[in-house]
Design a protein around this ligand. Structure first.
Ligand SMILES: Nc1ncnc2c1ncn2[C@@H]1O[C@H](COP(=O)(O)OP(=O)(O)O)[C@@H](O)[C@H]1O
Ligand SMILES: O=C(O)C1=C[C@@H](OP(=O)(O)O)[C@@H](O)[C@H](O)C1
Length: 287
C-alpha cells in the first residue's frame, strides 16, 4: 500500500495572526511525500530527506489521521518528504508537507478520488493544530497550497471565503534565518487588527497586490522584520510583502521589474528566486 503526492509552497497576501482571516497564493516550489502503509507496523515513522534532525511529528500525524478517517486506524508505516521549500521561512513548507502527506496516504488507501481537496487540506490543518506547528490552524496557507491559486479564509471557522486564479511572476527573497510560526508574537500581531481588517477588505475586493503591500508593512512592524526590502521593491513591483511570519519576502509584478528588484535583494544575505504562481495545487503522483 504505497502512495506519492506533491503540493506547492505559498506566499502571503494577509497574515492571519491578527484577526484569524488570512490570504495566500500558491507558488511553483513543491514538496513531494511518499507513504508506505503496513498492517504489521506498530507506528508511523517520518523522515525529511534534506534534514535528518527535522521535526517529523506533523507528517506522521497526517498519515495517522488519514488512516483513522478513511482507512484503518491500526495501520502503521513510513512517510518521507522531499522538499524544494526552505523550512520555517514563511513559504508554507508545513502546509505543503501536510497536504502532500495526506494526499499520498489517501492514494495508498485507494480513496484519493473520494475525498475533496478541501477536506484533505482540513485534515492537514487538524494535524498541524495537534502537533503545535501553527497558531491559527493556517487554513489560508493550506487551502492555497491544496487548491492552487489565491485563497482568502477565516481560520477561526476553517471557512474558505474566496478563491481566485492569479497568474503572476513572483520574486522570493529568503534570508538565512529561520522563524517557526509557533514562536511568533501573536499578541503583537493582534494589536494591528484594524490594518488586517483593511487588508482583508482589499483582498476580498480583488485588490491583491495593494492588500499584500499593506500587509507587509504592518506585519514587518509587528514582528520586528525589516521594511527596507519592501521599500526597495515598491517602485518596481506591483505588490510586496513579508511572507507569513517571515523571514522571506515575496514580490509580484512584471518579470522585467522583478529582475531589477532581484538585483537589489541580491545585495542582502540569503537567496533570491524568480518563480511563478500556480493554479494547480496538491496532486497524487504515480508510484
Ligand atoms: N518538508 C517537510 N517535511 C516534514 N515536515 C515539515 C516539512 N517542512 C516543514 N515541516 C514541519 O513544519 C514545521 C515548520 O512550520 P512553520 O514554522 O509554520 O514554517 P513554514 O512557514 O515554512 O510553514 C517544521 O518544524 C516541521 O514540523
Ligand atoms: O500558524 C499560523 O496560523 C499562521 C502562520 C503564518 O504563516 P507561516 O507559517 O508561513 O509563518 C501566517 O501567514 C498564516 O496566516 C497563519
Amino acid at each position: 500500500m504505497d502512495g506519492r503526492a506533491e503540493a506547492p509552497a505559498a506566499g502571503t497576501v494577509l497574515n492571519a495572526l491578527a484577526t484569524g482571516r488570512g490570504s495566500a497564493f500558491a507558488i511553483d516550489l513543491t514538496v513531494t511525500a511518499e507513504v508506505s502503509l503496513d498492517p504489521d507496523a506498530e507506528s508511523v515513522t517520518g523522515t525529511v530527506a534534506e534534514d535528518a534532525d527535522a521535526d517529523t511529528a506533523l507528517i506522521e500525524r497526517c498519515v495517522e489521521l488519514a488512516c483513522e478517517e478513511y482507512g484503518d486506524p491500526a495501520l502503521g508505516g513510513t512517510v518521507e518528504t522531499e522538499s524544494e521549500i526552505p523550512m520555517a521561512s514563511g513559504l508554507k513548507s508545513s502546509s505543503a508537507a501536510a497536504n502532500a502527506t495526506v494526499l499520498a496516504t489517501l492514494s495508498a488507501l485507494g480513496v484519493a478520488d473520494d475525498v475533496t481537496l478541501e477536506d484533505a487540506a482540513l485534515l492537514g490543518v487538524r494535524a498541524a493544530r495537534e502537533t503545535g506547528v501553527t497558531v491559527t490552524g493556517a487554513f489560508d496557507d493550506a487551502s492555497a497550497s491544496m487548491l492552487g491559486g489565491l485563497t482568502v479564509t477565516d481560520n477561526t471557522e476553517d471557512a474558505l471565503l474566496a478563491r481566485d486564479d492569479v497568474d503572476w511572476d513572483v520574486l522570493v527573497w529568503t534570508p538565512p534565518e529561520r522563524a517557526y510560526s509557533a514562536d511568533a508574537d501573536a499578541d503583537r500581531c493582534a494589536r494591528i487588527a484594524p490594518v488586517a481588517e483593511l487588508v482583508a477588505e482589499l483582498a476580498l475586493a480583488g485588490r491583491y497586490e495593494l492588500a499584500m503591500t499593506v500587509n507587509g508593512f504592518a506585519f514587518c512592524a509587528a514582528l520586528d522584520q525589516p521594511t527596507a526590502p519592501a521599500v526597495d521593491a515598491l517602485p518596481l513591483a506591483d505588490g510586496v510583502s513579508l511572507s507569513g511570519t517571515g523571514p522571506s519576502h515575496v514580490a509580484v509584478g512584471p518579470e522585467d521589474a522583478l529582475k531589477e528588484v532581484r538585483e537589489l535583494w541580491n545585495e542582502r544575505p540569503g537567496t533570491t528566486l524568480l518563480t511563478t504562481t500556480r493554479t494547480t495545487g496538491g496532486r497524487v503522483l504515480t508510484t
